[in-house]
Design a protein around this ligand. Structure first.
Ligand code: ATP
Length: 429
């Protein structure tokens, strides 16, 4: 874990926020490599959940939202965590995450738990009065429920169909911790899948399998991923069944994603509160019903952390140890690095030409500093699957050397075939 945190800082994946002012606790900024990787995680999700399907469409709803939404959803009444104070050292903790003793000083002298509200509250407009109260959304899901009718009418979808959204959410977590695993500002990838009530269980099971396969397909090893079904007593007020996709983090199994069968709770609650009919009329059967909802709710920032942890390896290459991120090429911050063997101007020209050929197809890095061996190590460390080296022979034979991150094998490839060769290797064409 410490090595990942160091690597993230040192190589520009993730920086502590507001660092020049001493930092802002548990808030992070994504650097040049991190922003690429986080974007790749979200794109991979969007591709699998929206692009590759004809039954799911996307939206991007507002983050700032009025209290009516959170009143109807139940968040205003119940979105709290139990807060305890340590009477000895005065630290505050989430009671359900500690075993009755203060993790800071070990004292068991804790206050009774009290409900602490997790939503960030603000005011919209110049006057701070009750009617101007607004909230930063603590989840993206409600945006899909309140737009159910808009989407239904504009897309002519019918159940089973889904609405997907990726975006920032905010929770005033009592104890943010474990790097970007739990932060107050984070990104979610959520989908609400609306189904005929009788089919809800079938679709719940379908999405459990789909979502497990998404992580496995992007390189999380099977022995570090499992599903944990919630006990009846753990279920949220709306849930008829929930299972978490869990990853084996350095501190043990913990949640990556929750998949819930929410029944008709959300649409019924918003219909009641808004006075709008949030249901579906099926012309085939002449029936009107409130669809049930299956929700796979994942964290993008948390998933990125799991992909980094799973990819991190230290191995030996020709007797020398190296750090390598064995990231799936779709998630790697750079897919290709173009490395001129030397800084000589004649190599620069052809190297820039190669870079120009690759850039429309792949996210590329261009690095001319230090020895070629050092540059390979630097690319291995950030997970770049392919290095393309331009040498003096390239001027004569119009070919370059392609080096594979995982096997370190090198092959000579004509510049004219480079894009198709890299596409073939990455499995796209
Ligand atoms: P917990 O019980 O751990 O506080 P939760 O079960 O309330 O979390 P959900 O509401 O199901 O979490 O959120 C869906 C997903 O959003 C989570 O699986 C996680 O990946 C992500 N997520 C939730 N809270 C945070 C957070 N504070 N920081 C980062 N990611 C988060």
């Amino acid at each position: 874990m410490e090595r990942i945190v160091n690597l993230c800082k040192r190589r520009g994946f993730i920086f502590p926020s507001a660092e020049i002012y001493g930092g802002f606790r548990s808030t992070y900024d994504y650097g040049p490599l991190g922003v690429n990787m986080l974007r790749n995680v979200k794109d991979a999700w969007w591709r699998s959940m929206v692009q590759m399907r004809d039954d799911v469409v996307g939206i991007d709803a507002a983050i700032l939202s009025p209290s009516q939404i959170w009143e109807a959803s139940g968040h205003l009444a119940t979105f709290t965590d139990p807060l305890v104070d340590c009477r000895n050292c005065h630290e505050r903790w989430r009671a359900d995450k500690i075993a009755g003793v203060c993790p800071n000083c070990g004292s068991a002298d804790l206050t009774e738990p009290r409900a602490f509200h997790l939503m960030f509250k603000t005011h919209a407009g110049p006057v701070e009065e009750d009617s101007s109260v607004a909230y930063l959304r603590p989840e993206t899901a409600q945006g899909m429920f309140v737009n159910f009718l808009n989407v239904l009418q504009t897309t002519r979808k019918k159940p089973p169909f889904g609405i997907a959204q990726v975006g920032r959410s905010f929770r005033n977590e009592i104890t943010p911790q474990n790097f970007v695993f739990r932060t107050r500002e984070f990104e979610q990838m959520e989908m609400e899948y609306f189904v005929p009530p009788a089919d809800a269980q079938k679709w719940f099971e379908y999405w459990l399998e789909e979502r497990m396969n998404w992580y496995l397909g992007l390189g999380i090893p099977a022995d570090k991923l499992h599903l944990r079904h919630h006990e009846q007593s753990e279920l949220s007020h709306y849930s008829r069944g929930t299972a978490d996709v869990e990853f084996l983090f350095p501190w043990g199994w913990d949640e990556l994603e929750g998949i819930a069968n929410r029944g008709d709770f959300d649409l019924s609650a918003h219909a009641k509160a808004s006075g709008e009919k949030l249901d579906y009329f099926d012309p085939a059967t002449n029936e009107r019903y409130v669809p049930h909802v299956i929700e796979p709710a994942a964290g993008a920032t948390r998933a990125m952390m799991a992909f980094l942890l799973a990819a991190y390896h230290e191995d030996l290459v020709e007797g020398e140890s190296r750090t390598v991120l064995r990231l799936d090429w779709r998630l790697a911050p750079y897919q290709v690095a173009v490395l001129p063997l030397s800084k000589k101007p004649e190599l620069e020209d052809v190297s820039r030409e190669v870079l120009g050929i690759l850039q429309p197809h792949f996210m590329c890095d261009y690095d001319v500093t230090q020895s070629i061996g050092r540059r390979y190590r630097r690319q291995d460390e950030v997970g770049t699957p392919y290095c393309v080296t331009v040498d003096f022979d390239s001027l004569e034979d119009r070919a370059v050397t392609v080096r594979d991150r995982d096997t370190t094998e090198q092959v000579r490839v004509p510049i004219a075939d480079l894009v198709s060769e890299l596409r073939r290797r990455t499995g796209e064409g």
